[in-house]
Design a protein around this ligand. Sequence first.
Ligand code: GLU
Length: 289
Amino acid sequence: MTLHNRKVFRFAPSPNGYLHLGHAYSALRNADLARRFNGRMLVRLEDIDIDRCRNDYEIAILEDLAWLGVEWEKPERRQSEHFALYASRLEDLRSRRLVYPCFCSRGDISRVISGVVSWPRDPDGAPLYPGTCKHMSPAERDSRLAAGQHAALRIDMQEALTLAGERLGWSEFGEGDTPREIAAEPSVWGDTVIGRRDIPASYHIAVVVDDALQGVTDVVRGMDLFNATSLHRLLQSLLELPVPNYRHHHLLKDEAGHKLSKSTRAKSIRSIRSDGLTIGDLRKSFGLS
Ligand code: GLU
């Protein structure tokens, strides 16, 4: 099998905290599939959030991955090296009027929607953007930008859907071997942010650009990102990027039934290691042979 037809997997942690059990499961699923298919395994540090990402977390993550028995191609890929690329793809969307600048803070949005009973929300729970800046006159927009006001870039969902035209979907393997076709529903995100105010990127643009750049054929990640895949499919269509297979796996839950996350202080792999648990015990607890 040549380099060109090997499957490419990636584990893509954000170095803004230690890896927890949920990350370990995801990393092991990727590594196991890469081994099974004689594929390539990449580690991509998703460090666009430069204020929250830290070098010591990065070192700890790589150490934990090695302890987990994950083998990956060196060097690790790093999103902070691709800001110029993300900015150029955003500019491409902007020149085609598929994104527009938005000056609203969260507070501005809350004020606009306050008093409206059950304002629609996106799959992450954020209120759908009420469209304030979409209707701003070009003159006002230009003068605010010229005055140095920072703006996020929001996708013009209606325009984007019109342009993408065709029905979008993807092949979803879940945790098995048989794909089912999923119809993408990007409209559930409304005019969501594709370029952040503080950095010239967003998770969504960075992930689709990098998956294409790195030739990722199979995206293996948690179900918490299942809905984001609809938006990723839209961006791939607008930017004419190849479409990987998706394998969204179940999420590990704590005793209270909540998804493990940094914010709920899920037990880190570090502390599991120091408790003396072995990788064999861990794999067994995940139901991995
Ligand atoms: N960086 C994301 C996270 O840590 C994962 C992104 C992805 O796999 O697409 O949750």
